[in-house]
Design a protein around this ligand. Sequence first.
Ligand code: ADP
Ligand code: ASP
Ligand code: MG
Length: 812
Amino acid sequence: MKVLKFGGTSVGSVENIKKVISIVETASTNDSVIVVVSAFGGITDKLLEAGKLASEKNSAFIGVFDSVKLRHLNAASQLNIEDQDIAQLHVYLNELEDLLKGIFYVNELSLRTKERLSAFGELCSSVIITEALKLQNLKAALKNATELIITSEGIKQNSVDFDVSNSNIREYFKNIPQPITIVPGFIASTPKGEITTLGRGGSDFTAAILAAAIVASELQIWTDVSGMFTANPRIVKQAKAIKSISYQEAMELSHFGAKVLFPPTIVPVMQKNIPIIIKNTFAPEEEGTIIRKETNANGNSVRGLSNIENIALLTLEGAGLIGIPGISKRLFETLSQQSINIILITQASSEHSICIGVLNENAEKAKLSVDFAFEYEIELGKMNPLLVETDLSIIALVGDKMKNHQGISGKMFSKLGENNINIRAIAQGASEKNISAVIAKKDVKKALNVLHERFFEDQRKQINLYIAGVGNVGTKLLDQITQQKQYLKENLNLNIRVVGITNSRTMYFDPDGIPLKSWEEKLLTGTATSIVGFTEKIIDLNKRNSVFVDVTASEEVANNYTDFLKNSIAVVACNKIACSSNYQNYKDLKYLATKYNAPFLYETNVGAGLPIIDTLNNLMASGDEILKVQAVLSGSLNFVFNNFKKGDSFHDVVKQAQLEGYTEPDPRIDLSGIDVARKILILARESGLDLELENVFNEPFLTDKNLKSSSVEHFYETLIEDDSHFQRLLESANANNAQLKYVAKLENGKPSVGLEEIPSGHPFYNLEGKDNIVLFYTKRYPEQPLIIKGAGAGGDVTASGLFSDIIRMRTY
Ligand code: ADP
Ligand code: ASP
Ligand code: MG
């Protein structure tokens, strides 16, 4: 004989009930079965809601009752059940209505009444499912669980009198004629015959009690997921079903929040060595999880992760605790008298404080009773009043074999630390089957995902990107990511996804990753953006390995880096403003990046995708010393002067450069030299100098009129007006057989930028198109400089520079 239990989600709708019928039909072909059913999904909550409303004299309870009634009657009619076959359902619904009215009149909802009320869900669902099975010509009969399962007097609501219950069950199932028996889950009787329940989620327990009593060959739990997962699949997308797990491990996971199994379920079946199989009603072909005595020996030492929400941490602290026996006894006794369940305990060996984790809802009661119990010590100042912190959660690693492996807790805590997740308390049972940590509720999703990645995912690292600015460079970056995604997954074990994007009008987020092929359409459907709103949302999403990518040229955006870094969100920027802002800000950002383990990378600030900053950093890190830097760092200016030939108007050349995308939207930023000044300033700072932008000597080649122009348009007009000035510059260079190049220098600690006539033979002379070149003269390269040369502007190369900074995240 087998026991099959179907949860609320499996019997949530007529569609689903049909799936249940087919599973039961298959299971009962060669064996007789007991089918335990939950209430239709969500009904127990509705019943309690109606009861609460009624007890508050709120007549809205009638509406809730009507919806409950309608759901059952509709289900029955859609399953083609004749009205005469569900007379019992009508009886229950009438009783329920009377009970709710009674609560409304007396204005009170006692525990006993609450139990009776919540039992109606299973009473009703079991009638409908039995009739639906009979309609398929299956030989099914209904047996009310209240006639079988009896609780113990006066103790906790879900403690079962196994002697009486077992004998009732054995007696009933000794000679049953029908192959299929339907039993409502969750409900039971008190010894006085009053209806009660086994606690929320208790249908699993009903099934286990029945299975153990008749020593079933197996207990099948049919639910909405394909087994017990390595973590709650609703929180961790990458979680996988665990094939096989021991009773102990499953017990530990369910006690620590894996709702898929009601915690007391395991003990009765474990004692009889009956396997539990967790299966998915909606994917019955999937293997599911088998819970049994032993698991296969070569499994992962960490079996699963789980979490308990709504935890409060109570800390009893004070010199009065040290070396005085009996304090913890008094503390625990006090909590036990108040029926407060203790979930976690830690005590430092200094004995200066004891820390206890309880459910949030018990915190206030605990505070009052503990402060009262220790009133004397508190008054004498030997102890502080109980400190209560709420809105916390417990996360736990579970596995039988963890004890044989060193370093698991080390990995766990370092991963949490790297991701800026603050740990409030730690507990590890001596059995080492469980390592728990108390953290803020807001960090749970991130923590579980980070730990899941660490312990279960072949070390594939997930990187979550937020991209601000999707113009020329941003679009190219998204194209490159789309193209390389698979390669990175296969070759670098890196999973890159874009979670948020914004332009200057709208922002769009998809916590599971924006489908990259349609990001443009998605962004059109986004919400109004602001950098503050974008930042808040990113911080709020609190995803691990988050990277903010700044592809704007906005100062406002650059001002937000601090917020990102402080939240352990890495920053990758081609925006130069932050690194060329005041020195203190540049230093602070670097400091925050180290402190919060969030890289701040800006290789594209100088020379687009060329590895200039990286090379400089490596020279510095390996102990070299920068003596001199000479460089052509503006692809835009290089493009302009390479194309400026005798007979051309300077205006037209600049216009062409802008049209081809080689200048900033405002070409004055390039032509005034400010852009190059920022770049040499950044190189100077990276080589260890404490300098400001004002310290960069900049002799402009533009005329006063050009520099004082009031708009981009006006600027272009002044270029025409002052064309002769530019012609003179060109003529002089031609006469000297030289090329005009805009050069940046760092010499004797002094940075400068300006237009120069470069004689033939000089490494800059033949620099083409939009190329950049940097000559590093260092202690190790004193005469022949280390030269980096190549395309230093353009969407593709800048995007690829950003992309390589993003990929570098894999080593952090
Ligand atoms: P039922 O109505 O069938 O009793 P429950 O809602 O009680 O179903 O339990 C199933 C749910 O448990 C899943 O949908 C899932 O969200 C949650 N859950 C939490 N932790 C785990 C886990 N480790 N493995 C599988 N499911 C889990
Ligand atoms: N219907 C009950 C509940 O919602 C019992 C169960 O589904 O296991 O808690
Ligand atoms: Mg359940």
